[in-house]
Write a protein that binds this ligand. Sequence first.
Ligand SMILES: [Mn+2]
Length: 350
Amino acid sequence: MIKFAHISDVHLGAKFLVFGDHADDLRSSIITNLNRLLDRLVSDHITLLLIAGDIFDGNDINEYQKNAFVSFLEKSNEQKINVAMIFGNHDELIYNELKPRIEVLSTVHVLENGSSVEFPDLNIKVFSDRTLSFSKNDNPLKYGALLLHGAYPDEFPIEKLRETGVDYVALGHFHGFKEYILNDNNGRIVYPGSFEMLEKEDKDFGNVVFGEFLDEGGVHILKERWTKYSVVSIDININDFKNFEDIIEHIKHFSSEFTVALISVNGSRDVTYFIPEEMEFTRRLNGMFFALSLDIQVEQSEDIEQLVQKNEFRKLLKKNIYDKGEISEEEKQDILEYCIKLLEGKENTL
Ligand SMILES: [Mn+2]
């Protein structure tokens, strides 16, 4: 039984622009989790780490971020943890720059497209080949893993993946966890999801996948959510709430400093139902969440509803006045007009 871990889409140096003042928190969270991962690999005697691309967010990365990653690799090397990794198209230039520092680390292997590395001690061969033009015959060892960055199944059809004869396809690119069955011999195709929350709309991000190659072939995997951040969708229909303060009270229940709230406000209101403008609404929610996205789609039903009400009122009034025979036509008309003005707020009650 050989243990491994799989991460992808670390996106070191991501700008996290949508998170404003909190961007630094997320950037440091990535590095905290990298260090935590190293501790875990050591304490759990996990000797193989697969990194499936998008390690850096782009080519414009500061020295601190670059050093954080190289230092992670150096420590992995000291701990004799085997690392097989690929860079994505996002971070190719950085890789070329860091190459001299990475190449000297004997347990760290950067796989370029079409290459592979054998770990005889682990009985595993790790491939990276976007054309998928290799087979079981190319692997003298018991287990095979394939590192790829891209879209499954569009770029990597299941039939071709099966023909490679590998036990595990370690993918990167999508930022949410996904697991697919590769074959009926416990083979799996897995996206761990990004290492940390990258966009407000991401789902199931911030994971590390832990697994083991089984004696009978194939793998068993477990996803662990490592991010402290989460996303909650709050759908509000204003017609379910007495007033705006009631809505605020409801939203308060979800309040957390590590939560991104996606709040959508729907329903239809008449003139008496107060919903502030988006900016004021956001101000009231200030401090409740890590970040917030507010979408107000409330129908202004005042015209139609008021019109219906007015017409009803007119009909009722007319009927009641005209039923009384003792007053003159002129008086009836005056009363009717006065009442309508009252209703429209153009006249005060006496
Ligand atoms: Mn990515």
